[in-house]
Design a protein around this ligand. Sequence first.
Ligand code: UFG
Length: 337
Amino acid sequence: MKVLVTGGAGYIGSHMVKLLLASGIDVVVMDDLSGGFRDAVVGGEFVVGDVGDRAQVERVLRQGRFDSIIHFASFIQVGESVAEPAKYYRNNLTGTLSLLDAAVACGVRHFVFSSSAAIFGEPKFTPIAEDHPAQPLSPYGFSKLAVERVLADYDRAYGLRSVCLRYFNAAGADPEGLLGERHEPETHLIPLILRAAGVSSAHVKVFGDDYRTPDGTCVRDYVHVTDLCQAHALALDWLERKKPSVAFNLGNGSGFSVNEVIATARRVTNLPINVQVAARRTGDPAVLVADSAAARRDLGWAPQYDSLETIVQHAWTWEKKRRQDLINRSAGITKKI
Ligand code: UFG
């Protein structure tokens, strides 16, 4: 099997590349390195490029017989998408349209798409199953929902079958310690908490403690990045078995509050973590928890790392490596001077 992975130098994409290679699949990665890192791609062929560059994508796709595309490449900051919608619609929506047209033109039959819980907007009920109304609150969420609709139409019209995977809160790191979460700037809760662990001059901000939740802080469904990647592998298998286009919600089905995540990080690291309560972040729903019964039943998805403790433990191993890299780099610079 040959697979094109867009965004394969990013957080989830790089873990996916590792998993595909371990399964003996032929992988080509395309990433424009706007958010990803070349050294996060552990193997396969690497092409620096933008998914919206149709000529380049077609050149790549015509080099071999690609069975599938797994499309991770996208901008991901909800707040930024409100301030700069053009950036999000251009990349996440028109860039994806161009990629899809190239896929159809080159005879690719299967497409796995990184969608998001952000398509649902403010939950009407929880846990959130696939039939929950989709009313996104941000251009980011709308760009993901729009691609889902496009994919349904492209199947009907052009026979491109797809699986949309709506991630809740992707978290954790490669259990073997080779890869982890690297965003610049980092906006996600777990890496920010761990960066503050044991650093007396740092603190983590808790965005609001007056939500209608048991401890007043927001509740989220954290799902291990390796388990998310397993779901993509099962989605490829689903498409290979000629099953219909479909969308699945991916989470563990358990919600943890921001305060509970901080408490878990204190236990795992055994270090003090300073906390400051700050104002609510615009657009944050109080509770987001997935009902992933459909993915478990239909794909046979069985998350392996479903305890928050394990997720934070793996993220902590990665954070310690990041700290060591920073020390090594600054030592190198000092030596040169
Ligand atoms: N939070 C803090 N302090 C921080 C960062 C986050 O209190 O410094 C809180 C947030 O308010 C939220 C929770 O921690 O309640 C998790 O926040 P993240 O930014 O880690 O994740 P989000 O739930 O906002 O977003 C994630 C993905 C998005 C996706 C969304 C869908 O990052 O791409 O889930 O639900 F759109």
